[in-house]
Design a binder for this molecule. Structure first.
Ligand code: 13P
Length: 247
C-alpha cells in the first residue's frame, strides 16, 4: 500500500511570519489525517518553519543545487536543506525548466545529489499544451522520468516521489480529467517498472498537480495510480490546503 502524499508548493510567496502562521494553522487542521502532508515554503522561511517542531506537517524545499558547497552565488546545497530540517525537495518543476532553462541532465544531477544527502526528491514532469496537442504527452513525460531518474539506485526508488503536472493545467484553472491524468500516471509507473522492477514501479508514489482545489481533488485521489497531489495556489491558505488533504 502506498501512503498518499499531498504537498504544497508555495512558489515565491509568503514572508517568514506568514509562513509560520500558515503552518501553525495547518498543523492543527490536518493533525488526524492519514495522508502524508508536506509544505515547500521559500528558502527564507525554512528555518523558522522547522523551528516550530511540527509533528504532522513535513518540510520540503523548492529547489537545490547539485554541489555540496563552494563558489555558486545564489545557490543552496543539499546539506543546507538537511540542516534546516527538509525531508523533501522539488526537482525539475516546470517553472524551473521553462523560466530557468533547467534540462533533464541538470535535473538528474540535482536529483542524484538530493538522494545522496538523504533528501526525498519530488521529480516534477509534464507536457506543454503544444506537446499534448501533437500527441506527444507520453513521449515527453516518460523521457523526463527516464532521464531524471538515470543512475538512481534501485534501493532508493521507494523514497522518490514523481509529480505529473501538465504545464497547461498549472495556475490556469484548467485541470486534466482524473481518468486522463491516471492514464499518464499509469504509464509513468510502468516506465519506472521497466527501468527497475515492476515491484519497484508499484512502490513509487506519483502525484497529480495542476489547479488542484478542495472541490476537484477527490476526482484525482480516487484513481488507481494517483497517490496524491502537488498543489500551488490552493496551498497558500491553510483552510484550502487542509480541505484538499481531507479530500
Ligand atoms: P497550481 O495548483 O497553482 O495550478 O500550481 C501547480 C503547481 O505548479 C504545483 O507545483
Amino acid at each position: 500500500m502506498r501512503t498518499p502524499i499531498i504537498a504544497g508548493n508555495w512558489k515565491m510567496n509568503k514572508t517568514v511570519g506568514e509562513a509560520v502562521e500558515l503552518c501553525r494553522q495547518l498543523e492543527k487542521e490536518v493533525a488526524d489525517s492519514p495522508v502524508e502532508v508536506v509544505v515547500c515554503p521559500p528558502f527564507t522561511a525554512l528555518s523558522a518553519v522547522n523551528a516550530l517542531g511540527l509533528e504532522k506537517v513535513k518540510l520540503g524545499a523548492q529547489n537545490l543545487y547539485f554541489t555540496e558547497k563552494g563558489a555558486y552565488t545564489g545557490e543552496i546545497s543539499p546539506g543546507m536543506l538537511v540542516d534546516v530540517g527538509c525531508e523533501y525537495v522539488l526537482v525539475g518543476h516546470s517553472e524551473r525548466r521553462e523560466l530557468f532553462k533547467e534540462d533533464n541532465q541538470l535535473i538528474n544531477k540535482k536529483l542524484l545529489k538530493a538522494v545522496e544527502f538523504g533528501l526525498k526528491p519530488i521529480l516534477c514532469v509534464g507536457e506543454t499544451l503544444e506537446e499534448r496537442q501533437a500527441g506527444e504527452t507520453e513521449k515527453v513525460v516518460l523521457s523526463q522520468v527516464r532521464e531524471g531518474l538515470a543512475g538512481v539506485e534501485a534501493e532508493k526508488i521507494p523514497s522518490v516521489v514523481i509529480a505529473y503536472e501538465p504545464i497547461w493545467a498549472i495556475g490556469t484553472g484548467e485541470t486534466s480529467d482524473g481518468e486522463d491524468a491516471n492514464k499518464v500516471i499509469s504509464a509513468i509507473r510502468r516506465a519506472v517498472g521497466e527501468m527497475y522492477t515492476p515491484e519497484l514501479g508499484g512502490k513509487v508514489r506519483i502525484q497529480y498537480g495542476g489547479s488542484v482545489k478542495p472541490g476537484n481533488v477527490a476526482e484525482f485521489m480516487e484513481q488507481s495510480d494517483i497517490d496524491g497531489a502537488l498543489v500551488g495556489g490552493a496551498s497558500l491558505k491553510a483552510s484550502d490546503f487542509a480541505g484538499i488533504v481531507k479530500f
